[in-house]
Design a protein around this ligand. Sequence first.
Ligand SMILES: Nc1ncnc2c1ncn2[C@@H]1O[C@H](COP(=O)(O)OP(=O)(O)OP(=O)(O)O)[C@@H](O)[C@H]1O
Ligand SMILES: [Mg+2]
Length: 64
Amino acid sequence: MIGLRGISKAYGPVTALDGLELDVREGEFFCLLGPSGAGKTTTLKTIAGLERPDSGTVLLDGED
Ligand SMILES: Nc1ncnc2c1ncn2[C@@H]1O[C@H](COP(=O)(O)OP(=O)(O)OP(=O)(O)O)[C@@H](O)[C@H]1O
Ligand SMILES: [Mg+2]
């Protein structure tokens, strides 16, 4: 349902996401855990379309 393919995002010199690969399937309960600054919010904003990745593809139901 949600697919992230090679998502990278930098804020200036800070690499927030580096080639992230992720699949969340329909009906799956998915938790995103990690220390502060790991890139959780950047990941969610990218899925929501609030951040544009520098590279990579966001798939929703298989569509870019
Ligand atoms: N708008 C921004 N401008 C500059 N740097 C940013 C911006 N947003 C995030 N960053 C940096 O990108 C990295 C990832 O941040 P992000 O907010 O995605 O982490 P997080 O996992 O959500 O952290 P937290 O648990 O503190 O909410 C951090 O180094 C952060 O400082
Ligand atoms: Mg956060």
